[in-house]
Design a protein around this ligand. Structure first.
Ligand SMILES: *[C@@H]1O[C@H](CO)[C@@H](O)[C@H](O)[C@H]1NC(C)=O
Ligand SMILES: *[C@@H]1O[C@H](CO)[C@@H](O)[C@H](O)[C@H]1NC(C)=O
Ligand SMILES: *[C@@H]1O[C@H](CO)[C@@H](O)[C@H](O)[C@H]1NC(C)=O
Ligand SMILES: *[C@@H]1O[C@H](CO)[C@@H](O)[C@H](O)[C@H]1NC(C)=O
Ligand SMILES: *[C@@H]1O[C@H](CO)[C@@H](O)[C@H](O)[C@H]1NC(C)=O
Ligand SMILES: *[C@@H]1O[C@H](CO)[C@@H](O)[C@H](O)[C@H]1NC(C)=O
Length: 331
């Protein structure tokens, strides 16, 4: 009944070149998470949350627990900005980690793996701390195997992508922790190459790319130009069904006017109600400026999504189905 997670750390492949040069080929690491026995998978997604319970973080967490129980959640995805304002100070910053994570998401239904991407606020602290075994030892749900990695389940593959390094303006600020990232150009081109290879190899019915920053958004921050330039073309070319992000503290769904990609923001984990909006040329399907989270119920044939508010009310729900030929219908 219960789904299981197996950590499969993909090794580094060393390829000997023709001129006796050796080339190190990185690959995105994979975590395998099997669906339930009857072939379904339920995932919750929340972003922009870690504030020691403040700004309704606790209310959102409680309702995630209720919905997680009702739908039998298999795991949770965090879309980043896990700890405010400046991430974790180090892998010994365990008191704040507990106060903002372990002591908040306490429901039985949420005692499942949490797959993590980093947001810009995580990068202004110790950006390596969240991948540290010392943090995982504090709470074994915490699964941040690398800044980018893949959660593979057979019916759906989630490609978690580290988006902060794309954003040019951050490179002008001294407070970002770019250890193991700089130089930017190399990092981005390797990441995009690894992502393209992984998307090409993926046989999953549903392909979901997860990052922190929005590609399309009508909320406060709006779209991220660098992601529209570099990441969006990859999503379009490789038949990605959905791009899921946080950063904007709202719940939102837009659809691309020239491809099947849907853009979904789940960034309502704590502080919200900014009351500021940006224009978007994509088709706005739904926007809620307050707190909440997303559920995804997936089988090989259909995917059902819903946004919930702080009292657990469904604000917006939609469904995607796939015919055996792979054609997709939105309803
Ligand atoms: C994390 O991923 C990067 C890029 O794929 C890779 O170069 C690096 O070796 C990985 N880190 C670990 C600890 O495996
Ligand atoms: C908490 O949620 C309620 C209901 O949406 C809202 O009225 C209130 O303003 C929220 N509090 C904060 C701090 O955002
Ligand atoms: C964590 O380690 C740093 C560096 O050793 C130290 O300055 C800091 O006080 C430690 N913090 C805690 C909460 O123990
Ligand atoms: C970064 O700083 C340089 C030099 O001050 C400036 O020319 C450039 O516009 C800044 N770039 C961004 C994206 O803020
Ligand atoms: C996808 O399917 C092909 C053909 O069955 C197989 O060779 C390949 O290993 C599969 N890829 C993954 C990532 O499972
Ligand atoms: C991206 O954001 C800019 C600035 O808000 C806006 O003018 C532009 O229309 C947006 N582009 C798309 C494709 O939504």
């Amino acid at each position: 009944m219960a789904s299981s997670a197996v950590l499969l750390i993909t090794g580094v492949v060393v390829v000997a070149g023709a001129l006796l040069l050796s080339q190190v080929e990185a690959e995105l690491q994979k975590v395998q998470h099997s669906p339930k026995e009857h072939g379904s998978l339920t995932v919750l997604a929340v972003g922009d949350w870690g504030r020691a319970g403040q700004y309704n973080q606790t209310l959102v967490a409680e309702q995630m627990g209720v919905v997680g129980e009702k739908l039998s959640a298999d795991f949770v995805i965090s879309t980043g900005d896990n700890f405010y304002n400046d991430g974790l100070a180090g892998d010994n910053d365990t008191a704040f980690f507990r106060a903002s994570f372990s002591d908040i998401y306490t429901a039985d239904s949420l005692q499942k793996p949490w797959y993590i991407v980093l947001g810009n606020h995580d990068y202004t602290g110790d950006a390596l701390a969240q991948q540290s075994p010392a943090i995982r030892d504090v709470d074994t749900r915490w699964t941040s195997v690398n800044k980018s990695f893949i959660v593979e389940s057979g019916i759906v593959d989630f490609f978690l992508v580290d988006t902060s390094p794309f954003v040019l303006k951050y490179w002008n600020e001294s407070k970002f922790d770019w250890r193991n990232v700089a130089p930017r150009d190399t990092y981005i081109s390797n990441l995009l190459k690894d992502l393209e290879e992984a998307l090409t190899a993926s046989n999953a019915t549903w392909k979901v790319v997860v990052g922190h920053h929005p590609i399309s958004s009508g909320c406060e921050h709006g779209n991220t130009t660098e992601l529209r330039e570099y990441l969006l073309p990859v999503l379009k070319t490789h038949g990605v069904d959905m791009y899921l992000n946080g950063h904007d503290h709202c719940l939102q769904r837009t659809s691309s006017t020239d491809s099947p990609v849907e853009f979904v923001t789940s960034g309502g984990g704590s502080k919200a109600w900014a009351g500021k909006f940006k224009p978007t040329s994509d088709k706005m399907e739904f926007l809620y400026d307050g707190q909440g989270f997303l559920s995804m119920q997936l089988t090989a044939a259909e995917a059902r999504f819903a946004f919930y508010d702080v009292s657990g009310e469904v604000l917006h729900a939609w469904e995607l189905t796939k015919s055996p030929t792979g054609a997709r219908i939105v309803s």
